[in-house]
Design a protein around this ligand. Sequence first.
Ligand code: GRF
Length: 206
Amino acid sequence: MQKLAILISGRGSNMEAILKSIKRKKIPIVPAVIISNKPNAAGLKIAQRLGVKTEVVESSGFKGERWDYDKKIVVVLEKYAVTPKNGLVCLAGFMRIISPQFIRKYKNHIMNIHPALLPSFPGLHAQRQTVEYGSKFSGCTVHFVEDGIDTGPIIIQDVVKVKDDDTEESLSKRILAKEHKIYPEAVRLYAKGKIKVSGRRTIIKS
Ligand code: GRF
């Protein structure tokens, strides 16, 4: 079976949704390790409660280049046998930009979730920007990670209607509920070998 690593920095609710889906035998993948760049990330406790190994690769105060930090992550991935050959790395609220070297090494084996319909509103505060812009629809996107912020072939998107009285918080809440559905589904498709990448597009085999 393929091995999964999830990188987090905080709350870890997407991580939890994925791990619970694996527990319910919905996704044929081994949850090998959860890695956080912050020692106090709440998600670490959730992972431990769910019986999944955790590691911290502290980033605060790290002085080297981006790739120097990412190499430390790769060491942990290799320790848990999450390799580009048999593994998937999910970024789930991991608040760091990862290096081109890491991306190249794990090309099409790193996924991310973003709380907007990419390519609209990449980067931080997507939900706030959506409300301020006055968009009528938003949603969330799971995509493979490429060089660039929130770019890379899109795997799944889902739509959320923006209400007239939505605030950043209320919209974020409804988007998050959809994130918890599409991220486990994207991991399931991956684990079942159903995602083919063709240029910018992904083709989902039935
Ligand atoms: C989510 O909104 C995700 O889309 C974004 O960061 C947030 C992480 O939340 N990338 P959580 O840690 O999974 O609860």
